[in-house]
Design a protein around this ligand. Structure first.
Ligand code: FE2
Length: 480
């Protein structure tokens, strides 16, 4: 996700140290296979275009658009001694649905400089001074166009509707700095808010806002220390939440030749900030929080007294004891309260079973909500995508429902798609990929959110295994 080390080194480290880092990388070796290069994670070696896909069940007639998902998929051989799951070249997968049929599946590498070179293609367009780095973390529709996103410094990538890389494009030149893989759309204004950082700048992060037309209208510098990795943020009606947690840039990792230079840092104070959406950095109200790491908040909203509630997946530790990917520590679903007059985050565990990739009905971003969905994580230390279950949390009753896809069938992140604009909070579908390790195939599964434990209403069958990735989104033909 943030492994753009060439950019990091170019920005902050001299050529001699770069040489040491490259030598360290080359000299490292390991016994055994890298867990994120084999088994369910073994990369695809081809790009496919498949049409008239086989469907079991009935695809809803009003699902007209594309389900897109992106993740790491290295092409050239990598050094397994230093490879990190987050630093694989990005590959985007898409399934187009329309009028009750599954019209196509495509998978395409994002054309980084290395991918274009490996495929013998000319480099794609990029503005002067912008690296054609790895982009592997999120793919979504913004203002009618399709974008692949990553954090830490590399420009957004514009994709065609059929997933070809068009250009590295900092939103038409309106983005001066870095972007994030996790912008959040205000459902009332259409604005997108993100907290952004750069691998080569360790004392500033930015609050970046796009208007509904997809143009950057604000890049507010926020002072920080140690180069914290801020993967995501959350949005309420008046605030953006800034998660300044103890995973920070590590020169030691750079010197050791690791392409992913972020580590757990117990010296870094853990805090969460409430930034008024139009305020200055000095207006941020910071709350101390017990050390942990949050990749992904779910939703956030304000109470009448002026406090803020945010639901998160909190990892006890991150990048502390594992160099291949995320740590296997507990990842609990929690409700955090930032009281109007408090100075510390109150944490309450909603569900102590490990899980990740929380999603909700994004028409409710920044507002009170009731339903959340997350991917279960079965066994700490066995990789992130290793369970067969999805969870549905009813946050009003505290009840949890489980949808189990069955032995060796592993879901990734599922996204909620409302049936229509006025539909209720569970009146819609949950869409995501399920890898079947029994047959080395993959299904795009469509569940009815209001009948969560029932069999999927439809499965679109793909004849190959799609390696687990990070994030996916539904991009409707109209309004996407
Ligand atoms: Fe993420």
């Amino acid at each position: 996700m943030s492994g753009n080390i060439e950019q990091v080194i170019r920005g902050g480290v001299n050529a001699g140290i770069k040489g040491i880092a490259q030598l360290s990388n080359a000299l490292r070796s390991r016994s055994g296979e890298h867990p994120y290069l084999v088994g369910i994670h073994a990369p695809l070696r081809e790009e496919h275009t498949l049409t008239n896909l086989r469907v079991t069940g009935t695809l809803p007639n009003d699902l007209n658009g594309r389900y897109l998902r992106i993740g790491p998929n290295p092409l050239a051989p990598v050094n397994p001694a230093t490879h990190h799951w987050f630093t694989g070249e990005g590959m985007v997968h898409g399934v187009r649905l329309g009028a009750g049929t599954a019209q196509w599946y495509r998978n395409r590498w994002i054309r980084s400089a290395a991918i274009s070179d490996s495929l013998g293609e000319a480099p794609v367009a990029a503005p002067a001074g912008r690296a054609r780095g790895q982009v592997n973390t999120n793919v979504l529709g913004i203002a009618g166009r399709t974008w692949a996103l990553v954090e830490a410094g590399v420009s957004p990538v514009l994709l065609s509707d059929e997933l070809e890389t068009m250009a590295y494009d900092p939103f038409g030149g309106s983005l001066r700095g870095s972007f994030s893989a996790h912008p959040h759309r205000d459902p009332d204004t259409g604005e997108l808010h993100a907290i952004c950082y750069r691998g080569d700048v360790h004392d500033i992060v930015w609050h970046t806002v796009l208007n509904a037309a997809g143009e950057v209208v604000r890049e507010l510098a926020i002072p920080v220390s140690d180069g914290p990795s801020m993967h995501d943020c959350a949005l309420t009606k008046r605030y953006v939440l800034v998660f300044d947690l103890p995973v920070t840039f590590s020169f030691k990792m750079v010197l050791a030749g690791h392409p992913f230079p972020y580590r757990w840092n117990p010296e870094h104070p853990a805090r969460v900030g409430l930034l008024p959406r139009s305020g200055a950095a000095a207006d941020i109200r910071w709350y101390e929080v017990d050390p942990c790491y949050v990749f992904h908040p779910c939703n956030a909203f304000e109470d009448e007294a002026g406090g803020v509630t945010v639901d998160v997946v909190a990892h006890d530790r991150m990048f502390d004891d594992n160099f291949d990917g995320p740590d296997g520590s507990r990842a609990t679903f929690e409700r955090w309260t930032l009281g109007a007059t408090a100075s510390k985050v109150q944490r309450r565990v909603i569900d102590d079973e490990s899980q990740e990739f929380p999603r909700y009905d994004e028409r409710l971003t920044g507002k009170p909500y009731r339903h959340a969905y997350a991917m279960a994580i079965a066994a700490p230390g066995a990789g992130l995508v290793n369970d067969t279950r999805l969870f549905h949390h009813d946050l009003a009753t505290g009840q949890r429902e489980v949808h189990d896809f069955g032995p060796r069938r592993h879901p990734g992140e599922f996204v909620f798609v409302p049936r229509h604009a006025q539909a209720g909070e569970t009146e819609g579908w949950l869409i995501g990929l399920v890898v079947d390790m029994n047959t080395q195939t993959t299904d795009l599964a469509v569940l009815a959110a209001d009948d969560f434990t029932a069999p999927p209403v439809a499965l679109v069958h793909l004849p190959h295994r799609v390696p687990p990735g990070f994030h996916g989104n539904w991009v409707p033909d109209v309004g996407g």
